[in-house]
Write a protein that binds this ligand. Structure first.
Ligand code: DSN
Length: 435
């Protein structure tokens, strides 16, 4: 169905919202989606998200609801849970968190008490808001013990992490990032957590698709809890999930009086602790995405995402752009402009005008402010979903290099590149946008 014929009801009843959707669709169809945390969900995921399941209330969990008429809802939620557990070989799964931050809030509620110490990477060094950042609930209600990649190499230094953990004895350690392109060594984190008797929690929001496809190590065997979103590499709807062990290895130490094991405490933290009715349309779409992620085609996709990121990284390096952390093992590249007169923000804005949509980001050792930065973060999940391969990355690399090398007087180059990219995009089908 051509884009113009989609949403026939909305077109008539609310032309204003319809028009905005059409404009965004056109924008995405003529630019390169290179924000590392974005992707394209399939038509099937979008159809389930937009289904009439949105109308049903079913507070509670399968077979233990507070509303009648939930036989089918139970099947949907159980299906999502079963597919998710199989994908990651997890003992327990909760699919109700509305996104990554709510999932992480529930993690705190399940294993922490306000005032406890949490070891996490600050946002400015590649962590997430919920890993103890000062303006987030996690930094206000808990005490963040920061750690981060080495300022020199950009890599996580596990000896240093161990030293901090031994000194601070945190109750929880987050191993998860939003801007770290290298492999996370969960076995090393697990040794450290075990030694200091801390809960180990992996936030795999960025890489869950890579993990599901076996392209990145799976944290589940090493961690007490694993949280994620579903709309990044997973190509699902906007949502989140939590995986965990059934039993709490520190039950005696922290919860000797509780009759609830770890899995039960997580479920209770999500509902009724933090949320009300689960979004069943989204949970159905998650089941669809988990089904898609279990296919050989998705494995191939995830492998191609990494090949594309590596190849693009090589092209950029050969063109004179420095890569933070020395390169990538994942879907992500961090371009390092610390030695340049122009900033990360200026580069991101210039690329954006040229049709290359990425975001400015701090890089290890950055001395510029977080709203200015010396880096640009970009990823290949979106382009790979469109079917792009290494040879296409060479073109993308050339466009990025042309814009960056034209700075600060890049307006004419941006305009030319924007036109070339719009033409180039016509050669690809965008999942969920083009038939
Ligand atoms: N907004 C996400 C990202 O871009 O990495 C993190 O929540």
């Amino acid at each position: 169905m051509p884009t113009s014929e989609r949403y026939p009801h909305l077109k008539v009843t609310d032309p204003e919202v319809y028009g905005l959707i059409q404009r965004q669709t056109a924008l995405e169809g003529s630019t390169l989606k290179m924000i590392a945390s974005e992707n394209y969900a399939s038509f099937s995921v979008l159809e389930a998200t937009g289904s009439s399941l949105t109308n049903k209330y079913c507070e509670g969990y399968p077979a233990a609801r507070y509303y009648e008429g939930n036989e089918v809802m139970d099947e949907i939620e159980n299906l999502a849970i079963a597919r998710l557990k199989a994908l990651f070989t997890a003992e327990h799964a909760n699919v109700q968190p509305c996104s990554g931050s709510p999932a992480n809030q529930a993690v705190y509620r399940a294993i922490m008490t306000p005032g406890d110490k949490v070891m996490g990477i600050p946002v400015s060094e590649g962590g997430h808001l919920t890993h103890g950042w000062k303006v987030n609930f996690s930094g206000r209600d808990y005490v963040q013990i920061p750690f981060g990649p080495s300022q020199e190499t950009g890599l996580l230094d596990y000896d240093q992490i161990r030293e901090i953990a031994r000194r601070e004895r945190p109750r929880m350690i987050w191993c998860g990032t939003t801007a770290y392109p290298r492999t996370i060594e969960y076995d090393k984190f697990a040794e450290i957590a075990q030694e200091v008797e801390a809960y180990l929690v992996a936030d795999i929001a960025h890489i869950s698709g890579l993990v599901a496809a076996g392209v990145h190590p799976n944290p589940v065997p090493y961690c007490d809890i694993v949280s994620s979103t579903t709309h990044k590499m997973m190509r699902g709807p906007r949502s989140g999930f939590i995986l965990s062990r059934e039993n709490d290895r520190y039950q005696e130490k922290y919860y000797p009086e509780s009759k609830f094991n770890l899995a039960k405490r997580i479920d209770r933290a999500v509902f009724p602790g933090l949320q009300g009715g689960p979004h069943m349309n989204v949970i159905a779409a998650m089941a669809v995405a988990f089904g898609e992620a279990a296919t050989p085609a998705f494995k191939e996709y995830a492998q191609q995402v990494v090949k594309n990121a590596r190849h693009l990284g090589e092209c950029l390096k050969n063109g004179g752009i420095r890569l933070a952390c020395g390169g990538t093992d994942t879907h992500m590249l961090l371009l390092d402009f610390r030695n340049e007169t122009f900033t990360g923000k200026e580069v991101a804005e210039a690329l954006g005008r040229a049709g290359i949509i990425a975001n400015f980001n701090m890089v290890p050792g950055d001395t510029r402010k977080p709203f200015i930065t010396s880096g640009v973060r970009m990823g290949t999940p979106g382009l790979t979903s469109m079917g792009m391969k290494e040879s296409d990355m060479e073109k993308v690399g050339e466009w990025i290099l042309r814009v960056v090398h034209a700075l600060p007087d890049s307006a004419a180059t941006e305009k030319a590149v924007r036109g070339e990219i719009a033409e180039f995009c016509k050669g690809f089908k965008i999942p969920g946008l083009d038939d």
